[in-house]
Design a protein around this ligand. Structure first.
Ligand code: UDP
Ligand code: MG
Length: 332
């Protein structure tokens, strides 16, 4: 495989910053863990890449925590971030992003459904000048009715709403430029919308078919309930895309049109009354003029309020969506 120049440069002993950070969220995956870490390590080592593995434990209760601690204390390439309780996949990934130091970040599931063998290919694609390379589980190994069908519908909807044309938003195996995720705020089930959020920020996005295997150990953490949460998040994204940055551009515009037409009608009626001495009290036009004026003022002030809210929203984002209990540093 051709190793991209940027990665080779960082591969030198002088640099302690790894070229890639591999982030895996872990919730009760004790049997998969050793295989996962070995697979990542051997793939990246033979590709000649410097790397760190960041495993974020999302409140596991099956012994994953103890195993992770033990592994991190004995390996130089593994950092374990242990969350205090189960927060969900998105916060776990956000925690991983926060601890990643590499020039690129790759995320994948810990259950071995994604194959680490694909990582060097994703990185090579990233180095062609993309900010985000998303995996596409072309041959997906999940249940047809409960998983594949809702996912097909969701992917179609998301593509329509966000304007980013990907086949598979739900695939966790993705590669990002670190700068891209540095200032993204994640919550809910938003990790699957990262391409859409990145696209709103002007990122260049590519998609690439990746391997997918059936789950070998443990059980899936999700059922149909996720579909509902995904739809709600989709609505949020749609709103953010349309109005988030400048609500005044929408509300202010309608407000202004309404105020101006109300004023013109009112002026015309005033002229009829004062200039020509006509009676205007019985005219529906008067009601229209009053409604337009009032509605216009309302819309305008609503726009201003929305602007204030959005400013507060943006500026109050410093709050983390997770709390870390402990960070186990790799062996020196
Ligand atoms: N996961 C997590 N927290 C959760 C649920 C899941 O960190 O609350 C992790 C899980 O351990 C796995 C990944 O997210 O590494 C994807 O979960 P899963 O395989 O259950 O999802 P599926 O592949 O069935 O969509
Ligand atoms: Mg899975």
């Amino acid at each position: 495989m051709l190793i991209p120049e940027r990665l080779v440069r960082q591969n030198g002993a002088a640099s302690s910053v790894p070229s890639v950070s591999v982030v895996a969220p872990i919730y009760n995956e004790v049997e998969s863990l050793p295989h996962l870490i070995e697979a990542i390590a051997s793939t990246l080592t033979s590709a000649g890449l410097t790397y760190e593995i960041i495993c974020v434990d999302d409140g596991s209760t099956d012994g994953s925590v103890e195993l992770l601690k033990q592994l991190a204390q004995n390996r130089s390439d593994l950092k374990a971030v242990l969350l205090r309780r189960n927060y969900g996949q998105t916060p776990a990934m956000a925690a991983g992003f926060n601890y990643a130091r590499g020039g690129a970040i790759v995320t994948l599931d810990a259950d071995l459904q994604n194959d680490p063998v694909d990582i060097p290919r994703l990185l090579a694609k990233l180095d062609e000048g993309y900010d985000l390379v998303s995996g596409w589980r072309k041959n997906r190994q999940d249940a047809a009715v409960t998983r594949l069908l809702p996912s097909k519908i969701a992917n179609w909807l998301i593509a329509r709403v966000t304007g980013v044309d990907l086949h598979d938003y739900g695939c966790s195996l993705k590669a990002y430029r670190t700068e891209l995720v540095a200032d993204m705020n994640l919550y809910g089930e938003l990790h699957r919308f990262l391409p859409a959020l990145a696209y709103i920020e002007g990122a260049k996005i590519a998609e690439m078919p990746v391997l997918h295997h059936a789950r070998q150990y443990g059980r899936s953490k999700y059922g149909l309930g996720r579909t509902f949460r995904v739809v709600m998040d989709l609505l949020t994204i749609w709103f953010m895309k349309k109005f988030l940055t400048r609500p005044m551009h929408v509300f202010g515009w309608f407000g202004l049109i309404s105020i101006v037409s109300g004023t013109l009608l009112g002026g015309y009626l005033t002229f009829l009354k004062l200039g020509l001495g006509q009676s205007i009290g019985h005219r529906p036009l008067l009601i229209l003029a009053v409604v337009l004026l009032l509605a216009g003022v309302q819309l305008f002030s609503f726009g201003l309020l929305a602007e204030l809210l959005m400013r507060t929203y943006h500026e109050s984002q410093g709050r983390p969506i997770y709390r870390v209990r402990e960070v186990v540093e790799p062996k020196q």
